[in-house]
Design a protein around this ligand. Structure first.
Ligand code: SF4
Length: 289
C-alpha cells in the first residue's frame, strides 16, 4: 500500500477540546489542543491556510484575535470549522466575518430536526440553522460550506438533504460530502457507523444528480472514483472545482492506493481509499478502470 504525505502548507490549530455538542461520530475526541505558545508560530509558517478547529473553536475567547493575527500576517485562507451554534448570535457572526475568516466550514449532518438532535446529542438544530442564516444575511454565503459526514445513520437522507439546502440556502459556496473517518468515538464501534461504499453509492449518485441539475457545487471526499463509473461527468473536474475533486494533495491525507489501484487508469487523479475503510472492508468493491 502506498501512502501520501500530509501537505505542510496548511496549519490546523486546535483551540479547545470543549464542545457544546456531543456528536455520536465525533472524530475530535483524541486531538491534542495546540499549545498556546505554539499557535502564533504555526500561523506564521502557514503558507496557504490556517484552519481553526476544536472541539468547538467558537468557545475559545482567543478566536477573534487569532483570526485577526492570521489576516494581518497575510495568510491567504483562514478557515473556521464550527457546528454553527454560536453563530446564532448575529453579533459574533459579524465579528468573525470582519476579523477575516475566508471560509466557514459548518458541520451540519442532517436537515431533519430529530436526526440532527440524535446525531449531535443536543437540542440546537434551530440555533445551528439560525447560524447559517446569519452567515447568508451578513453577506457571507460565498464563504459558507456545509459539511455532511456520510455515516450509516444519515446516508439515506443525503438526496433530501441536498434538496433542502438548495431550497433554503441556494447561494452557499458548496456542500461537502465527507465519508466518515474511523477516528475518535467511531473507533470503539466502527461497523455501527461506517457504511459500505456499495450501500452509499446509489444515494450519493442521486445527490450529485440533484446538485448538478440545480447548479449547486458538491465536493466529495473519501469515495473512490471507480465507483462513479456510470457517471463519467462527475469524475475529476479540478478545472471548475465542481463535483468530485481528487488528485489534489489537500485531499490525500489518510488515503492509500491499494493493490487494485496500481493498474487503474484513474490513479493519476484519484487518491485511492481511506486506509481506515480498507482495514474494515478491504478492497473488493473497487473497480479499477
Ligand atoms: S481503483 Fe483505486 S485509483 Fe482507481 S479509482 Fe478506484 S480507488 Fe481510485
Amino acid at each position: 500500500m502506498q501512502k501520501k504525505n500530509k501537505p505542510d502548507n496548511q496549519k490546523i490549530i486546535i483551540l479547545t477540546n470543549r464542545c457544546n455538542q456531543d456528536c455520536v461520530f465525533c472524530s475530535g475526541t483524541e486531538r491534542r489542543v495546540t499549545v498556546k505558545a505554539e499557535i502564533k508560530k504555526e500561523i506564521l509558517t502557514a503558507r496557504r491556510a490556517v484552519i481553526f478547529e476544536g472541539g468547538e473553536p467558537t468557545l475559545s475567547v482567543n478566536l477573534i484575535n487569532l483570526i485577526k493575527f492570521a489576516k494581518n500576517n497575510n495568510v491567504p485562507e483562514i478557515i473556521l470549522v464550527t457546528n454553527g451554534v454560536m453563530l446564532s448570535s448575529k453579533n459574533l457572526t459579524e465579528k468573525l466575518i470582519d476579523s477575516g475568516v475566508t471560509l466557514f466550514n459548518i458541520s451540519f449532518h442532517s436537515h431533519l430536526l430529530s436526526l440532527y438532535n440524535k446525531i449531535t446529542k443536543s437540542n440546537y438544530y434551530h440555533l445551528a440553522t439560525r447560524g447559517i442564516k446569519n452567515l447568508i444575511n451578513c453577506g457571507a454565503s460565498k464563504k459558507t460550506r456545509l459539511t455532511f459526514v456520510v455515516s450509516k445513520i444519515n446516508y439515506k437522507t443525503m438526496p433530501a438533504y441536498i434538496r433542502w439546502v438548495i431550497k433554503n440556502f441556494p447561494d452557499i459556496f458548496y456542500i461537502a460530502l465527507n465519508y466518515i473517518k474511523v477516528l475518535g468515538v467511531v473507533k470503539k464501534n466502527p461497523y455501527k457507523y461506517v457504511p459500505r461504499f456499495s450501500a452509499v453509492k446509489p444515494y450519493l449518485l442521486r445527490s450529485l444528480e440533484i446538485a448538478r441539475k440545480n447548479k449547486v457545487k458538491v465536493l466529495v471526499d473519501g469515495f473512490p472514483l471507480c465507483l462513479m463509473k456510470e457517471y463519467p461527468k462527475y469524475r475529476y473536474r479540478e478545472d471548475t472545482y465542481e463535483f468530485m475533486v481528487s488528485g489534489n494533495l489537500s485531499f490525500a491525507q489518510e488515503k492509500v492506493r491499494v493493490q487494485k489501484c496500481k493498474t487503474c487508469s484513474l490513479n493519476s487523479v484519484c487518491n485511492g481509499i481511506r486506509d481506515d475503510y480498507f482495514k474494515l472492508y478491504k478492497n473488493k468493491e473497487l473497480r479499477p478502470q
